[in-house]
Design a binder for this molecule. Structure first.
Ligand SMILES: [Zn+2]
Length: 308
């Protein structure tokens, strides 16, 4: 049985602030034609700028993944990209009226809920998967990222922070709609209180708050509800990895092993893959992929809490 591409049944909207820019931004996720992939449009620029969510368009990987052309960019796309992957959306046109995807709660769960509310529409073209044929590894210092053949999409991630509240964490699982929705999508981005000032001086984390990030102090987590998972940090790293890998423009059949990796190394791996066409091939695959029903939301518009 062939798996067909999917887009949304109807447009949905989100509103919130950018984690790094601090700007109030709204976006609208629209259905789009088969084989067009995920594209962003900067609707606030004249003329409107279309930026395909593809590896070739990545222009910055410091603290977030930014895609752009010489005329405009969109940053912090990774959580929305992960949600689109997790929901099984192959084609969508995302209109955005500012330079950064809203942070929402710092995870992919609000976007996944929104996509489920929109519903999926099957299209008449098959999904092409990237089947890994030969292993590839990239390294930078003590960080490494590799991909090897596997009949499923499997992610293994290890982090090690010299901080007692994080220390060493490891996640490994086959990524299915269920594991993505229940184990990964709700994990929030995180930051260290000791680094916030320096980040802000350099133009990052200006919209960051306890509403959209786990804030790690020297001895405690500042968020009143604590963590969503005891190993929320490594789960969020898996979320980032899934979102960044979706810039390949197709789901992967392969096992990804990450050690202390981040946006920059994720990007290096996707470039390596595209540079080595003998290491993978496009295949059709009989995997079924549907959003589990645990997510339920009544509105077509979601908005995050905006500090006054
Ligand atoms: Zn993230």
């Amino acid at each position: 049985m062939i798996n067909f591409q999917h887009t949304l049944k109807k447009p949905v909207k989100a509103f919130g602030i950018g984690l790094h820019s601090g700007e109030k931004i709204s976006l609208k996720i629209n259905p789009s034609s088969a084989n067009t992939g995920i594209c962003f449009v900067r609707s606030d620029l004249s003329p409107e700028q279309v930026i395909p969510a593809r590896t070739d368009y990545v222009v910055d990987t410091r603290f977030a993944t930014t895609i752009g052309t010489e005329r405009g960019s969109v940053s912090t796309i990774e959580h929305l990209m992960a949600a689109l992957f997790g929901a099984g959306v192959n084609n969508a046109l995302i209109e955005i009226d500012g330079p950064e995807v809203p942070a929402m709660d710092g995870s992919a769960a609000p976007f996944l809920t929104l996509l489920q509310k929109a519903g999926l529409k099957a299209q008449d073209e098959p999904i092409r998967y990237i089947k890994i044929m030969e292993p590839i590894m990239v390294k930078r210092g003590d960080k490494s990222l590799s991909i090897e053949p596997s009949k499923n999409f499997v992610v293994s991630f290890e982090i090690a922070f010299e901080h007692p509240l994080i220390a060493k964490q490891r996640f490994v699982d086959k990524i299915t709609p269920q594991t993505f929705a229940c184990q990964i999508s709700k994990a929030r981005t995180f930051g260290f209180l000791s680094e916030v000032e320096l980040l802000r001086e350099n133009g990052f984390a200006r919209g960051g708050s306890l509403e959209n990030a786990v804030v790690v102090g020297d001895t405690s987590i500042y968020n009143s509800g604590g963590l969503r998972f005891s190993d929320e940090f490594v789960r969020h790293k898996v979320l980032d990895l899934i979102g960044d890998l979706y810039l390949l423009g197709a789901p992967i059949l392969g096992k990804v092993k990450a050690v202390k990796s981040g946006h920059a190394l994720h990007h290096v791996l996707t470039q390596e893959l595209l540079n080595r066409p003998y290491a993978w091939e496009y295949v059709e695959h009989d995997r079924t992929w549907a959003i589990p029903s645990w997510v339920g939301q009544k509105d077509d518009v979601i908005s995050a809490a905006i500090p006054a």
